[in-house]
Design a binder for this molecule. Structure first.
Ligand SMILES: [Cu+2]
Length: 143
């Protein structure tokens, strides 16, 4: 009987040690992840409204190499955001109260001016619904 109690105790001790080791390992992995995440550049965030028949703002300016995040909402019916050169294409649904915006993320990998198009037919002015993404060349000497 006594031996049995001791055995139960040592089993729980082993379990406790294993759990502690696991916890420590998890903690280490987590802090490692945090370090990696901290090295990634923070995205440049733009709130964009898509409406018949324009994007607001219609011009978005970033620097080459920037990570870009667009938070897009429709102010009326369904629209979409398409930047062909960057292989961006995402539908923006009809405006509904309480909706969260559509998130589009990409890296502005090369300098230039890229048309932002509406990818969903949204009415008579659809073809004219255009914005511009301006990617400025990275200043020289800046890595
Ligand atoms: Cu549209």
């Amino acid at each position: 009987m006594v031996a049995r109690v001791i055995r139960v105790r040592s089993v729980s001790l082993v379990l406790f040690l294993a759990a502690t080791a696991l916890l420590a390992a998890t903690f280490e992995a987590n802090s490692l992840q945090t370090t990696v995440a901290a090295q990634e550049p923070e995205p440049k965030v733009f709130e964009v409204v898509a409406k018949r028949f324009e994007f607001e703002p219609s011009t978005i300016e970033v620097t080459e190499g920037d990570r870009v995040r667009l938070l897009v909402r429709s102010a009326d019916g369904p629209h979409g955001v398409e930047i062909k050169e960057l292989k961006v294409k995402k539908a923006v649904p009809r405006a509904k109260p309480g909706d969260s915006p559509v998130t589009i993320e990409f890296t502005a990998s090369s300098a230039g001016e890229f048309p932002i198009l509406c990818s969903e037919y949204c009415g008579k002015g659809h073809e004219d619904m255009k914005g511009t993404l301006i990617v400025r060349a990275k200043p020289k000497g800046d890595q």
